[in-house]
Ligand binder design. Structure first.
Ligand code: GDP
Length: 187
């Protein structure tokens, strides 16, 4: 879609515990690739991508920010949240602690971001739970439990894999659809 103009520019942020796959989701979205051994000190900070929401006839420029490692020190600044329309709240389906920690990341988002921000809960690394996966790991967060919590909190929800690409574009598109809907309703 190069040379195409867009109807909206939306700022997205990605949050969640260290090592849940935030940078990998951003790289998958913007670059369609996966790095199995990313250098944690070289966190990707920013990526942008044009996406199309055909049923709305709209093209959106997503400007997506990553914490780039600052989450390890709980030093995410207010400016990170400022102006964000969408948020991916990420946990690792094979790491229960990362799911439980999502509660405090959500509290942080709610304390600092726009109250109308659309948040999608993303259970990442589902590829590891596939039968026969090379480095198979036990799932520690049942889908139904995460789905229930997301509903309770008014979050969208998806399970995804930055490694295989499963549901990654969908997660961003679904959040963008919800934001467009809010714009239409004047929220
Ligand atoms: P961040 O600290 O949340 O940004 O996490 P990273 O993107 O740096 O990923 C942490 C580790 O998990 C890296 O070794 C990644 O290769 C790996 N990883 C990230 N996403 C996935 C995934 O969907 N599946 C698998 N199997 N590994 C992943």
């Amino acid at each position: 879609m190069s040379g195409v103009t867009w109807h909206y520019v939306l700022k997205f942020i990605i949050t969640g515990d260290a090592a849940v796959g935030k940078s990998s989701l951003l790289v998958r979205l913007t670059d369609q690739r996966f790095l199995s051994n990313p250098d944690p000190t070289l966190g990707v900070e920013f990526g942008s991508k044009l996406i199309e929401i055909p049923e709305e006839g709209k093209i959106i420029k997503l400007q997506c920010w990553d914490t780039a490692g600052t989450e390890s020190f709980r030093s995410i600044t207010r400016s990170y949240y400022r102006g964000a329309a969408g948020c991916l709240l990420v946990y690792d389906v094979t790491n229960r602690a990362s799911f439980l920690d999502a509660r405090s990341w959500l509290a942080d988002v709610r304390a600092h971001a726009d109250p109308h921000l659309t948040c999608i809960l993303v259970g990442n690394k589902v590829d590891l739970c596939d039968e026969g996966a090379a480095n198979h790991k036990r799932r520690e967060v049942p889908t139904a439990e995460a789905e229930w919590w997301a509903k309770e909190e008014g979050l969208l929800f998806v399970e995804a894999s930055a490694k295989s690409g499963r549901n990654v574009d969908w997660a961003f598109e679904e959040a963008a659809r919800d934001i467009l809907d809010k714009i239409k309703r004047g929220v």
